[in-house]
Ligand binder design. Structure first.
Ligand code: SF4
Length: 86
């Protein structure tokens, strides 16, 4: 069940994602991030969810995956935003 703090965090993240121009992560970048999440003490393996921010994290290149958004970063700095400016 989705909790109110998850909705709040998602809406804030969505605002910044749109504001940033929808930067996307590549499949390789998603897999790199997911490799870190999978070994993290805050990763809920049952629901593929981060217990710090409540976001869904997985290895798929889909919209509802925090790892697929280039502008996102780990709430405890285990992985960073992707520099999309070349
Ligand atoms: S986003 Fe960060 S805190 Fe959350 S599960 Fe991944 S590594 Fe852990």
């Amino acid at each position: 069940m989705i909790k109110p703090y998850q909705v709040k965090n998602f809406l804030i993240s969505l605002f910044w994602h749109i504001y940033s121009g929808y930067p996307k992560a590549s499949k390789e970048q998603i897999l790199y991030r997911f490799g870190i999440c999978r070994t993290c003490e805050f990763f809920d393996t049952k629901n593929n969810q981060c217990l710090q921010c409540g976001c869904f994290v997985n290895d798929r290149k889909i919209f509802m995956n925090k790892l697929a958004w280039g502008d996102q970063q780990c709430p405890i700095n285990k992985w960073d935003k992707i520099n999309t400016i070349s």
